[in-house]
Write a protein that binds this ligand. Structure first.
Ligand SMILES: [Zn+2]
Length: 398
């Protein structure tokens, strides 16, 4: 058993205990509360800063890590897609894995305990399984062929779940998406899909024409039976039966109240990647609108092919500055509580409530004002680096 104490204990984004403690037994939080000096027990004192739950990156593509710093800026999304495919094909598997391994190390160094990893080539499964990170590893499919072996799943262990994902409505035959969704449904596992990421995708879904339609035709991919046109990507996904509480939809650029109502009614999970969207598309999702509509968006960094880092501190700082009207607690929730819900691991990670894994970060916030603790965290207004206080994935403590 161990007791950790600090100036602030952030149990969740809406519960900050001044002068608090966290009691840990067998790697799990068993109690939090206000520390009293009269307690007759030893405690690890982490100083005047904050103890908080480790972070969760709800959307990455680690096998694109080798492309870090090599792409963009481009004139548009299509050019970016072409360049990703071209550059990715120029790397060997070994090179891609080496870069992915480095990226995993950076994620853990910057305080991530769990990840929603999407793998198109299937390269990162062993890497993640051995990393100590919790979350979901999705094998992603695109195109029209239904693989003979859809058993991308495997027994879950150490808080990491293996499942299946579809790339998106503009790149994946709906028949394949339906099969993938049904397969994950049968196993009670989460399904993931990119939805409403680009103007090209939305134009394709709403008209069946445009630059993306030309791009598919150029690659010999037909789409006569894709159910086009539809009102939009969200409506299209609903029509194909892809949306329920075990589906995580990523991006949602250019969506509106009708889409959000539909997603909320079905308790669909949502992940946003603001830095990636800004870089690739020059626009941001309507996060405040989604919150008003009752959604609980998580944050992901997306890959190093589109974001400059896999640090959620960078993602939160960018988000807090870009969405200055959002209460900072929602920004922190997007990398903790809501991200855990998005990945279906809220009983394991995402807060310091009793029973959760004791993955604790020590963050040197210097404010004396309880109402400013969360704001300081999401703005990265810190007096020094973040450290792991307990539960670092892979077992190495700072
Ligand atoms: Zn993605």
């Amino acid at each position: 058993m161990a007791v950790h104490r600090a100036g602030w204990v952030v149990v969740d984004p809406w519960t900050v205990i001044p002068g608090g403690f966290v009691r840990v037994e067998a790697g799990r939080v068993i109690e939090t509360g206000v520390w009293s000096p009269t307690r007759n027990e030893a405690a690890m004192d982490h100083g005047p800063g904050a103890l908080m739950p480790a972070l969760i990156n709800a959307h990455t593509h680690l096998e694109l890590s080798a492309l870090a710093g090599r792409l963009g800026p481009f004139g548009g999304f299509l050019e970016w897609v072409r360049e990703v495919i071209r550059q990715r094909d120029a790397f060997t598997t070994k090179e891609m894995l080496r870069a992915a391994r480095r990226a995993v190390g950076q994620m853990i160094d910057t305080g991530s305990v769990a990840v929603g990893e999407v793998s198109t080539l299937g390269l990162t499964r062993q890497l993640l399984a051995g990393s100590g990170l919790a979350g979901v590893w999705w094998r992603e499919f695109l195109g029209a062929d239904i693989p003979s072996d859809l058993d991308g799943t495997a027994p879950t262990g150490n808080g990491l779940c293996f499942s299946l994902a579809g790339h998106g409505p503009h790149s994946t035959h709906p028949g394949l998406l339906v099969r993938l969704k049904q397969r994950t449904e049968g196993q009670g596992r989460p399904f993931a899909i990119h939805l409403a990421e680009s103007a090209e995708e939305t134009q394709f879904i709403t008209t069946g024409q445009g630059r993306w339609a030309d791009f598919l035709a150029e690659r010999g991919i037909g789409f006569d039976d894709w159910g086009l046109p539809a009102a939009g990507p969200v409506a299209w996904a609903r029509a194909w039966g892809l949306l329920d509480e075990r589906t995580l939809v990523v991006h949602l650029l250019g969506t509106g109240p009708d889409d959000w109502d539909l997603l909320r009614q079905r308790d669909v999970k949502v992940c946003l990647c603001p830095r990636s969207n800004q870089r690739l598309h020059g626009r941001l999702p309507d996060w405040p609108g989604m919150l008003d509509a009752g959604l609980s968006p998580a944050l992901g960094t997306d890959s190093l092919a589109s974001a400059e880092s896999l640090s959620l501190w960078d993602e939160m700082r960018f988000s807090a500055l870009s969405f200055s009207t959002i209460d900072p607690s929602f920004v922190l929730a997007a990398t903790t509580l809501y991200a855990a819900r998005a990945l279906g691991i809220e009983d394991d990670c995402g807060s310091l409530r009793p029973g959760r894994r004791a993955a604790l970060l020590s963050a040197p916030v210097s404010t004396a004002d309880p109402s400013r603790v969360i704001e300081s965290l999401v703005h990265g207004d810190l007096g020094g680096p973040i450290n792991w206080a307990a539960g670092r994935p892979g077992g190495k403590e700072d």
